[in-house]
Design a protein around this ligand. Structure first.
Ligand code: ADP
Length: 245
């Protein structure tokens, strides 16, 4: 397909300003069978996360006597994109995303407190519209907090990049696919640590600084929504988990 024009009269295709996020909804505690869970709708993305643990590490030979091990599986549902059915099962892309997301949380959780155990993170992308790894990381943080797993911070993630020469935050699918650069970033809001930084495309040093400013501003908005979702799930009686309908 030919590259669409991504910026028209200073606005993005969906009418957003360059520093504006897509509409986001978050809910904690949405699956009864998991120890912790979350559901996030972020633009066209719909992401469901269930986490388990810390629990006995199986197979036993994988257990670490000094700390918990983290397992992460990012997966896209066959019906998650409009164009075509996604081949189910691991792909190069989902294997890479599972690994980078696992590394984010390995640096976030107090794994030494749980030797010989494992913590499992399952991220299911029900609908994908650009930025699924960021939505997945943001949802997984809520799910891990919902499971009561101690963490250094509530990590959030957002992509930023360059579209038609403009630096912008939270790229949509077309902006991601046809823009000049796409940079997913995961941030620890408390100390501003960067836990994930991937780059697809080219940016100058100044552009990266500008892009990071936008990502940091967006991260404080996203972090507030994560905290609100957790507060809502924990205010009053702990009720049956329900997916929002
Ligand atoms: P992210 O979702 O984290 O931005 P990518 O940059 O790899 O990850 O993908 C951008 C978008 O392209 C996805 O959100 C999804 O909408 C779409 N996409 C990814 N993989 C496929 C695929 N195999 N088939 C069709 N669309 C895909």
């Amino acid at each position: 397909m030919e590259k669409p024009t991504l910026v028209v009269e200073g606005k993005r295709l969906d009418g957003r300003a360059f520093d504006q996020l897509r509409p986001i909804k978050m809910k904690a505690h949405v699956i009864n069978a998991a120890d912790g869970s979350a559901y996030v709708e972020w633009g066209d993305n719909k992401v469901l996360v269930g986490v388990y643990g810390p629990k006995e590490c199986l197979p036993r030979h994988m257990a670490n006597p000094y700390k918990a091990i983290v397992k992460c599986r990012y997966s896209m549902a066959p019906f998650s994109v409009l164009e075509e059915r996604i081949r189910t099962g691991p792909s190069r892309r989902s294997t890479e995303l599972s690994m980078v997301i696992r590394q984010v949380f390995e640096h976030t959780m107090f794994l030494e407190a749980y030797p010989e155990t494992e913590i499992d993170i399952f991220i299911d992308i029900l609908q994908a519209g650009g930025g699924t790894r960021c939505a997945g990381i943001t949802a997984a943080s809520i799910a891990l907090a919902d499971a009561g797993i101690p963490m250094r911070d509530l990590i959030c993630a957002v992509s930023a990049g360059k579209i038609d020469g403009q630096i912008a935050v939270d790229l949509s699918k077309d902006e991601d696919n046809y823009g000049e650069a796409d940079v997913p970033v995961a941030i620890a809001p408390r100390n501003k640590d960067i836990l994930l930084f991937q780059m697809d495309g080219l940016l100058t040093r100044d552009e990266i600084e500008h892009m990071l400013d936008l990502a940091y501003s967006a991260s404080s908005v996203i972090n507030r929504m994560q905290v609100d979702a957790l507060k809502e799930a924990y205010s009053g009686e702990r009720t049956e988990a329900v997916l929002p309908l």
